[in-house]
Design a protein around this ligand. Structure first.
Ligand SMILES: NC(=O)c1ccc[n+]([C@@H]2O[C@H](COP(=O)([O-])OP(=O)(O)OC[C@H]3O[C@@H](n4cnc5c(N)ncnc54)[C@H](OP(=O)(O)O)[C@@H]3O)[C@@H](O)[C@H]2O)c1
Length: 233
Protein backbone atom coordinates (compact mmCIF):
# COMPACT_ATOMS: atom_id res chain seq x y z
CA UNK A 1 0.00 0.00 0.00
CA UNK A 2 1.39 3.43 -1.02
CA UNK A 3 1.44 6.01 1.75
CA UNK A 4 -1.33 7.98 0.05
CA UNK A 5 -5.00 8.53 0.82
CA UNK A 6 -7.63 9.86 -1.60
CA UNK A 7 -11.08 11.23 -0.76
CA UNK A 8 -13.52 10.85 -3.65
CA UNK A 9 -17.01 12.38 -3.56
CA UNK A 10 -19.83 10.85 -5.58
CA UNK A 11 -18.05 7.53 -5.04
CA UNK A 12 -21.16 5.44 -5.75
CA UNK A 13 -21.74 6.96 -9.20
CA UNK A 14 -20.39 5.81 -12.56
CA UNK A 15 -17.32 8.08 -12.76
CA UNK A 16 -16.71 8.14 -8.99
CA UNK A 17 -16.61 4.37 -8.69
CA UNK A 18 -14.14 4.11 -11.60
CA UNK A 19 -11.88 6.74 -9.99
CA UNK A 20 -12.02 4.90 -6.63
CA UNK A 21 -11.23 1.58 -8.35
CA UNK A 22 -8.23 3.00 -10.20
CA UNK A 23 -6.79 4.52 -6.99
CA UNK A 24 -7.43 1.24 -5.15
CA UNK A 25 -5.72 -0.75 -7.95
CA UNK A 26 -2.63 1.48 -7.54
CA UNK A 27 -2.47 0.83 -3.79
CA UNK A 28 -3.90 4.18 -2.74
CA UNK A 29 -6.10 4.15 0.34
CA UNK A 30 -9.61 5.34 -0.73
CA UNK A 31 -12.28 7.16 1.27
CA UNK A 32 -15.55 7.34 -0.65
CA UNK A 33 -18.16 10.00 0.17
CA UNK A 34 -21.67 9.86 -1.25
CA UNK A 35 -25.38 10.20 -0.50
CA UNK A 36 -25.77 6.64 0.71
CA UNK A 37 -23.20 4.28 2.24
CA UNK A 38 -22.07 1.44 -0.05
CA UNK A 39 -20.90 -1.76 1.64
CA UNK A 40 -20.08 -3.63 -1.58
CA UNK A 41 -16.70 -2.05 -2.39
CA UNK A 42 -13.14 -2.83 -1.24
CA UNK A 43 -12.88 0.72 0.16
CA UNK A 44 -15.01 2.48 2.79
CA UNK A 45 -17.84 4.75 1.64
CA UNK A 46 -19.29 7.33 4.01
CA UNK A 47 -22.76 8.85 3.68
CA UNK A 48 -22.84 12.66 3.57
CA UNK A 49 -25.26 15.06 1.91
CA UNK A 50 -23.11 17.53 -0.04
CA UNK A 51 -26.14 19.75 -0.65
CA UNK A 52 -26.30 20.50 3.08
CA UNK A 53 -23.63 23.18 2.92
CA UNK A 54 -24.16 24.37 6.52
CA UNK A 55 -23.14 21.06 8.07
CA UNK A 56 -20.72 19.93 5.36
CA UNK A 57 -17.41 21.10 6.85
CA UNK A 58 -18.25 19.50 10.19
CA UNK A 59 -19.35 16.23 8.56
CA UNK A 60 -16.27 16.17 6.34
CA UNK A 61 -13.95 16.66 9.34
CA UNK A 62 -15.75 13.83 11.17
CA UNK A 63 -15.23 11.49 8.18
CA UNK A 64 -11.50 12.37 8.04
CA UNK A 65 -11.15 11.79 11.80
CA UNK A 66 -13.02 8.47 11.62
CA UNK A 67 -10.64 7.35 8.90
CA UNK A 68 -7.47 8.47 10.69
CA UNK A 69 -5.09 9.18 7.77
CA UNK A 70 -4.69 12.67 6.27
CA UNK A 71 -5.80 12.65 2.63
CA UNK A 72 -3.23 14.01 0.15
CA UNK A 73 -5.72 13.68 -2.70
CA UNK A 74 -9.21 15.20 -2.94
CA UNK A 75 -11.52 14.48 -5.88
CA UNK A 76 -14.65 16.64 -5.98
CA UNK A 77 -16.64 14.42 -8.33
CA UNK A 78 -20.23 14.38 -6.99
CA UNK A 79 -22.59 16.26 -9.24
CA UNK A 80 -26.24 17.07 -9.85
CA UNK A 81 -27.83 17.38 -13.29
CA UNK A 82 -31.54 18.17 -13.36
CA UNK A 83 -31.99 17.66 -17.14
CA UNK A 84 -34.73 20.33 -17.16
CA UNK A 85 -35.21 23.39 -19.37
CA UNK A 86 -35.29 26.84 -17.74
CA UNK A 87 -39.11 26.87 -18.01
CA UNK A 88 -39.42 23.86 -15.68
CA UNK A 89 -36.49 24.39 -13.32
CA UNK A 90 -37.34 25.56 -9.79
CA UNK A 91 -35.21 27.98 -7.78
CA UNK A 92 -34.71 25.20 -5.24
CA UNK A 93 -33.29 22.93 -7.94
CA UNK A 94 -31.04 25.73 -9.18
CA UNK A 95 -29.73 26.25 -5.65
CA UNK A 96 -29.23 22.52 -5.11
CA UNK A 97 -27.05 22.30 -8.24
CA UNK A 98 -25.02 25.31 -7.07
CA UNK A 99 -24.60 23.74 -3.61
CA UNK A 100 -23.43 20.31 -4.80
CA UNK A 101 -21.50 21.37 -7.93
CA UNK A 102 -19.87 24.63 -6.79
CA UNK A 103 -20.20 25.41 -3.07
CA UNK A 104 -19.43 21.91 -1.75
CA UNK A 105 -16.13 21.65 -3.70
CA UNK A 106 -15.07 25.02 -2.23
CA UNK A 107 -15.99 23.97 1.33
CA UNK A 108 -14.16 20.64 0.99
CA UNK A 109 -11.03 22.21 -0.57
CA UNK A 110 -10.92 24.74 2.26
CA UNK A 111 -11.29 22.13 5.03
CA UNK A 112 -8.85 19.72 3.35
CA UNK A 113 -6.19 22.37 2.54
CA UNK A 114 -6.32 23.80 6.08
CA UNK A 115 -5.40 20.34 7.41
CA UNK A 116 -2.55 19.91 4.91
CA UNK A 117 -1.15 23.39 5.65
CA UNK A 118 -1.33 22.73 9.41
CA UNK A 119 0.60 19.46 8.93
CA UNK A 120 2.99 20.95 6.30
CA UNK A 121 1.98 18.33 3.74
CA UNK A 122 1.53 18.63 0.00
CA UNK A 123 -1.68 17.70 -1.81
CA UNK A 124 -3.54 17.45 -5.11
CA UNK A 125 -7.19 18.18 -5.84
CA UNK A 126 -9.19 17.49 -9.00
CA UNK A 127 -12.63 19.02 -9.50
CA UNK A 128 -14.90 17.24 -11.97
CA UNK A 129 -16.54 19.96 -14.07
CA UNK A 130 -18.16 19.57 -17.49
CA UNK A 131 -17.94 20.90 -21.05
CA UNK A 132 -21.34 22.46 -20.20
CA UNK A 133 -19.36 25.11 -18.30
CA UNK A 134 -18.31 26.65 -21.63
CA UNK A 135 -20.79 25.12 -24.13
CA UNK A 136 -23.93 25.63 -22.03
CA UNK A 137 -26.59 23.01 -21.29
CA UNK A 138 -30.34 22.49 -21.43
CA UNK A 139 -30.09 22.67 -17.63
CA UNK A 140 -28.98 26.24 -16.81
CA UNK A 141 -28.25 25.31 -13.16
CA UNK A 142 -25.80 22.66 -14.36
CA UNK A 143 -23.97 24.95 -16.81
CA UNK A 144 -23.78 27.84 -14.32
CA UNK A 145 -22.62 25.65 -11.42
CA UNK A 146 -19.93 23.95 -13.53
CA UNK A 147 -18.68 27.33 -14.77
CA UNK A 148 -18.55 28.34 -11.09
CA UNK A 149 -16.43 25.36 -10.11
CA UNK A 150 -13.93 26.17 -12.89
CA UNK A 151 -13.26 29.50 -11.19
CA UNK A 152 -13.07 27.80 -7.78
CA UNK A 153 -10.34 25.63 -9.38
CA UNK A 154 -8.38 28.56 -10.82
CA UNK A 155 -8.66 30.77 -7.74
CA UNK A 156 -7.87 28.09 -5.16
CA UNK A 157 -4.95 26.85 -7.29
CA UNK A 158 -3.35 30.31 -7.13
CA UNK A 159 -4.06 30.67 -3.41
CA UNK A 160 -2.61 27.25 -2.52
CA UNK A 161 0.34 27.01 -4.93
CA UNK A 162 2.97 28.17 -2.42
CA UNK A 163 1.76 25.49 0.00
CA UNK A 164 2.61 22.79 -2.56
CA UNK A 165 -1.07 22.06 -3.07
CA UNK A 166 -2.24 21.74 -6.70
CA UNK A 167 -5.86 22.21 -7.79
CA UNK A 168 -6.99 21.20 -11.28
CA UNK A 169 -10.23 20.33 -12.99
CA UNK A 170 -11.44 18.12 -15.78
CA UNK A 171 -14.32 18.94 -18.11
CA UNK A 172 -15.81 15.75 -19.56
CA UNK A 173 -18.17 15.62 -22.50
CA UNK A 174 -20.88 12.92 -22.34
CA UNK A 175 -19.65 9.80 -20.52
CA UNK A 176 -21.58 6.53 -20.31
CA UNK A 177 -23.12 6.67 -16.78
CA UNK A 178 -26.60 6.96 -15.33
CA UNK A 179 -26.26 10.76 -15.51
CA UNK A 180 -25.80 10.61 -19.31
CA UNK A 181 -28.70 8.11 -19.47
CA UNK A 182 -30.96 10.96 -18.35
CA UNK A 183 -30.40 12.70 -21.70
CA UNK A 184 -33.34 11.58 -23.91
CA UNK A 185 -32.26 8.84 -26.38
CA UNK A 186 -32.89 10.91 -29.53
CA UNK A 187 -30.75 13.74 -28.06
CA UNK A 188 -28.00 11.24 -27.15
CA UNK A 189 -27.77 10.18 -30.82
CA UNK A 190 -27.69 13.81 -31.97
CA UNK A 191 -25.01 14.55 -29.41
CA UNK A 192 -22.83 11.70 -30.74
CA UNK A 193 -23.06 13.11 -34.27
CA UNK A 194 -21.58 16.39 -32.95
CA UNK A 195 -18.67 14.69 -31.22
CA UNK A 196 -15.73 14.41 -33.66
CA UNK A 197 -14.91 10.97 -32.19
CA UNK A 198 -18.62 10.02 -32.66
CA UNK A 199 -19.00 8.30 -29.27
CA UNK A 200 -19.51 8.90 -25.56
CA UNK A 201 -16.49 8.54 -23.28
CA UNK A 202 -15.88 5.66 -20.91
CA UNK A 203 -15.50 6.06 -17.14
CA UNK A 204 -12.05 4.42 -17.32
CA UNK A 205 -10.86 7.21 -19.65
CA UNK A 206 -11.90 9.75 -17.00
CA UNK A 207 -10.21 7.78 -14.21
CA UNK A 208 -6.97 7.68 -16.16
CA UNK A 209 -6.89 11.49 -16.63
CA UNK A 210 -7.56 11.87 -12.90
CA UNK A 211 -4.62 9.55 -12.13
CA UNK A 212 -2.37 11.67 -14.38
CA UNK A 213 -3.44 14.87 -12.61
CA UNK A 214 -2.90 13.35 -9.17
CA UNK A 215 0.57 11.92 -9.75
CA UNK A 216 3.97 13.54 -10.25
CA UNK A 217 3.79 13.41 -14.06
CA UNK A 218 1.61 16.54 -13.82
CA UNK A 219 3.69 18.25 -11.11
CA UNK A 220 3.83 21.66 -12.92
CA UNK A 221 0.11 21.81 -13.79
CA UNK A 222 -2.20 23.77 -11.53
CA UNK A 223 -5.31 25.91 -12.05
CA UNK A 224 -6.19 24.13 -15.32
CA UNK A 225 -9.49 22.54 -16.30
CA UNK A 226 -8.76 20.00 -19.02
CA UNK A 227 -11.42 19.02 -21.58
CA UNK A 228 -11.91 15.29 -22.09
CA UNK A 229 -14.64 15.15 -24.70
CA UNK A 230 -13.60 13.38 -27.93
CA UNK A 231 -13.07 16.77 -29.58
CA UNK A 232 -16.55 18.20 -28.76
CA UNK A 233 -15.34 21.59 -27.52
N1 LIG B 1 -21.77 11.39 -17.18
C1 LIG B 1 -21.53 12.45 -17.93
O1 LIG B 1 -21.88 12.49 -19.12
C2 LIG B 1 -20.80 13.64 -17.36
C3 LIG B 1 -20.34 14.63 -18.24
C4 LIG B 1 -19.67 15.73 -17.73
C5 LIG B 1 -19.44 15.84 -16.38
N2 LIG B 1 -19.90 14.87 -15.54
C6 LIG B 1 -19.65 15.05 -14.10
O2 LIG B 1 -19.03 13.90 -13.57
C7 LIG B 1 -19.37 13.77 -12.19
C8 LIG B 1 -19.84 12.35 -11.91
O3 LIG B 1 -21.00 12.11 -12.71
P1 LIG B 1 -21.53 10.65 -13.10
O4 LIG B 1 -21.78 10.65 -14.54
O5 LIG B 1 -20.68 9.59 -12.48
O6 LIG B 1 -22.96 10.71 -12.40
P2 LIG B 1 -23.72 9.70 -11.43
O7 LIG B 1 -23.46 8.29 -11.86
O8 LIG B 1 -25.11 10.22 -11.37
O9 LIG B 1 -22.98 9.94 -10.04
C9 LIG B 1 -23.14 11.13 -9.29
C10 LIG B 1 -22.63 10.87 -7.89
O10 LIG B 1 -22.78 12.07 -7.10
C11 LIG B 1 -23.49 11.72 -5.89
N3 LIG B 1 -24.27 12.84 -5.38
C12 LIG B 1 -25.15 13.62 -6.05
N4 LIG B 1 -25.70 14.52 -5.21
C13 LIG B 1 -25.13 14.30 -3.99
C14 LIG B 1 -25.29 14.90 -2.71
N5 LIG B 1 -26.17 15.89 -2.48
N6 LIG B 1 -24.57 14.42 -1.68
C15 LIG B 1 -23.71 13.38 -1.87
N7 LIG B 1 -23.52 12.79 -3.05
C16 LIG B 1 -24.23 13.24 -4.10
C17 LIG B 1 -24.42 10.58 -6.35
O11 LIG B 1 -24.96 9.88 -5.26
P3 LIG B 1 -26.51 9.33 -5.39
O12 LIG B 1 -26.56 8.57 -6.69
O13 LIG B 1 -26.69 8.52 -4.17
O14 LIG B 1 -27.33 10.59 -5.42
C18 LIG B 1 -23.44 9.77 -7.18
O15 LIG B 1 -22.58 9.01 -6.35
C19 LIG B 1 -20.43 14.83 -11.92
O16 LIG B 1 -19.83 15.96 -11.31
C20 LIG B 1 -20.93 15.20 -13.30
O17 LIG B 1 -21.46 16.50 -13.36
C21 LIG B 1 -20.58 13.77 -16.00
Amino acid sequence: MLNKTAIVTGSTGGIGKAICQSFHDEGINVIGVSHAPDETTAWKNYACDLADVNTLENNFNKICEAHGATANILINNAGVYHAKAWTDLSVLEFEQAMSVNTTAPFILIRAWANKLIEQKQSGVCVNVSSVSAHLGSVDVSYAASKAGVNLVTKTMAKALATHDIRVNGIAPGPIKTKMADRIPLDRQEKYKENIPMQRFGDVKEIASLVRFLTNDQSSFITGETINIDGGLS
